[in-house]
Design a protein around this ligand. Structure first.
Ligand code: GAR
Length: 218
């Protein structure tokens, strides 16, 4: 089955690029039906346009409230009829109404091993906490910030001398295959959200899937 994706971005767009590349070389059975960005000058917009993708900037300026911005953004997304909406570095909170209406069809990649280090500056949070392991998670979005059911994770050892920047670089390199492989499982119909739990092949997952070092799921 091929999955029609809407991708939400705010900045650099390297996760978006990973999806474009994976679709291009046949690793991901999907089609990007629209890219949506909240910032007109984000590099991700340029990347999306040069990949020939339908790209729309819906900036919060010009809307009186977050609710109105969300409504305009999701109207634009719905018009493209995606099967799945992927937040790939989208840095705004999405309001409860839009999230509830799309439960099980909205996923996010977050740069930490959730439930650790929610919110912003996750790499600095990890360094400050002195953890031995950090990483990234792909999860279903719920109204609870970075709190929805986790589908899959990639783990990255913290090395002596790591700072937020070195750690961010190593985590990002693992985010790309993590996002691609997780979306491929969804495209294959193997992953779904049922009764607030992630199911793999029809059975609830006890713990998130872990992307192995060879960038495959066990
Ligand atoms: C990625 O590290 C992603 O996990 C993070 O923003 C970065 C976007 O990079 N997302 C969040 O922090 C969401 N809370 P990219 O624009 O190069 O894909």
């Amino acid at each position: 089955m091929s999955l029609d994706l809407a991708v939400l971005v705010s900045g650099r767009g390297s996760n978006l690029q990973a999806l474009v590349d994976a679709i291009g070389d046949g690793q991901l059975d999907a089609r990007i039906v629209g890219v949506f960005c909240d910032r007109a000058n984000a590099p991700a917009v340029e990347r999306a346009r040069s990949a020939g993708l339908a790209t729309q900037v819906v900036a919060p300026r010009g809307f009186a409230t977050r609710l109105e911005h969300d409504a305009a953004l999701f109207d634009a997304i719905d018009a493209r009829k995606p099967d799945l909406i992927v937040c790939a570095g989208y840095m705004r909170l999405i309001g409860e109404r839009e999230v509830q209406a799309r439960r099980g069809r909205l996923v996010n990649i977050h740069p930490s091993l959730l439930p650790a280090f929610k919110g912003l500056h996750t790499h600095a949070q990890a360094v400050a906490a002195g953890v031995a392991e950090h990483g990234a998670s792909v999860h279903y979005v719920t109204p609870d910030l970075d709190g929805g059911p986790v589908i899959a994770q990639a783990r990255v050892p913290v090395q002596p001398g790591d700072d937020a920047e070195t750690l961010a670089r190593r985590v990002l390199a693992r985010e790309h295959p993590l996002l691609v492989r997780t979306l491929q499982l969804i495209a294959q119909g193997r992953i779904a959200l049922r009764d607030e739990r992630v199911q793999l092949d029809g059975r609830p997952l006890a713990t998130p899937l872990q992307l192995a070092a060879n960038q495959r799921f066990p």
